[in-house]
Design a protein around this ligand. Sequence first.
Ligand code: DX5
Ligand code: ZN
Length: 213
Amino acid sequence: MVKISPSILNADLANLEREVKSLEIAGADMLHIDVMDGVFVPNISIGLPVVKSLRKCTDMFFDVHLMIVNPEKYVERFIECGADLVSIHYESTADAGKVLDTIRNLGKKAGLAISPKTEPKEIFHLLPKCDLVLVMTVEPGFGGQKLIESAVEKIAILKAEILKQNLETVVEVDGGINAENAPKLRSRGADILVAGSYITSSNDRKKAIDSLR
Ligand code: DX5
Ligand code: ZN
């Protein structure tokens, strides 16, 4: 069954512990933490001290999505602060393969994200270094945007290539996901769905999560 990784980006950030507990109780499989630097994307979200503080209040698996330039400078520190999986953007660094190796060498799961304009074939050679690929279905930077339909076909393209290379890499999809478009993403082969505003703005988060499965 597809796993659900709620994003806390549009949650009540003044009450993060309560928010995280509520998502856990609602049946989230992991927690998606969006890190933005104001350079790779035109927004600034949360960073190392918040991840470290959150680590003290939950045992949930931390799925950390770095939307920052030069992620090689920070992956080790995000892991020290409690990240279980770190996804970096292919577009954010000169040598994504090296950063993926660093994450794995530190004993954590390595993810590679692609923005809507990046073609899947650009990352085929890196798939053996990836525990996860993250297909962005919105331009990274903000929650609450509409899913870009043309990005959806990338899921099946990546799944086919993963099969061809005989890998166990999972495909995560992120951006503008709701109960209406989730069936299409699942049928293309998505293993993990990230959803932010759809879940956090719902007054029944369990129902919202269940509706995505
Ligand atoms: C966008 C982030 C997403 C986003 C998800 O840059 O990576 O994780 O916050 O939020 P929704 O589901 O509201 O698009
Ligand atoms: Zn994200």
